[in-house]
Design a binder for this molecule. Sequence first.
Ligand code: ZN
Length: 222
Amino acid sequence: MGNNNAGCLSIFFPFLKLFAKNSVEKEVFPYAKRDDFLSPAELSFYKVLRQAIGEKIMICPKVGLKDIFFVKSKDRSIYMTYHNKIDRKHVDFLLCRFDTLEPICGIELDDSSHQKKARVERDTFVDEVFNVAQLPLLRFKHERSYVFTDVKEKLYSILNVKDINGNNAGKENITEEGIPLCPKCGIPMVKRIVSRGENKGKEFYGCSNFPKCRQIKEFVKG
Ligand SMILES: [Zn+2]
């Protein structure tokens, strides 16, 4: 009988504990959904953009620069300094390949605030980030209405030039020890082994910034 009581207690104890926990007041988060995810200007430009580029390209609004770019330096202090500079900035729109979502081009919609000093400095910085990472950035002046053909022309001048297959590898370079440098990051690559698939066991060089950088080079036995 005594054993049975102990069994009963152990069964009911978790429920008692749960009950005690629930009786503590639940934290209420003070969040609500914004009704202005895009401003009226951004929304009207989005519609023109959508019409101009068709269905083959994805338009992502408000993308953080830290989601598009990374700091390729392995130096901790350089990494933090430059990561912090892009940490809280975003681009108005990012055009991506529909199938892989690889970024193709950034778009900024410039209103009158873009003439203010702080804003000009910010814009110059963002322009340079896109420039060094070899991703085109288009700026459109905010208008009451857009001339559809102008937008289309500007977009296609970029989209036709840019290799949409995304191979923007630079010139080949190797260290004195014969280790290839990543063409994108300029740092020595590391030897890796294919872990599965038909090339399993095959050696190759990969960037040590993987997965942010997916540059690879075939390993040639010397
Ligand atoms: Zn790299």
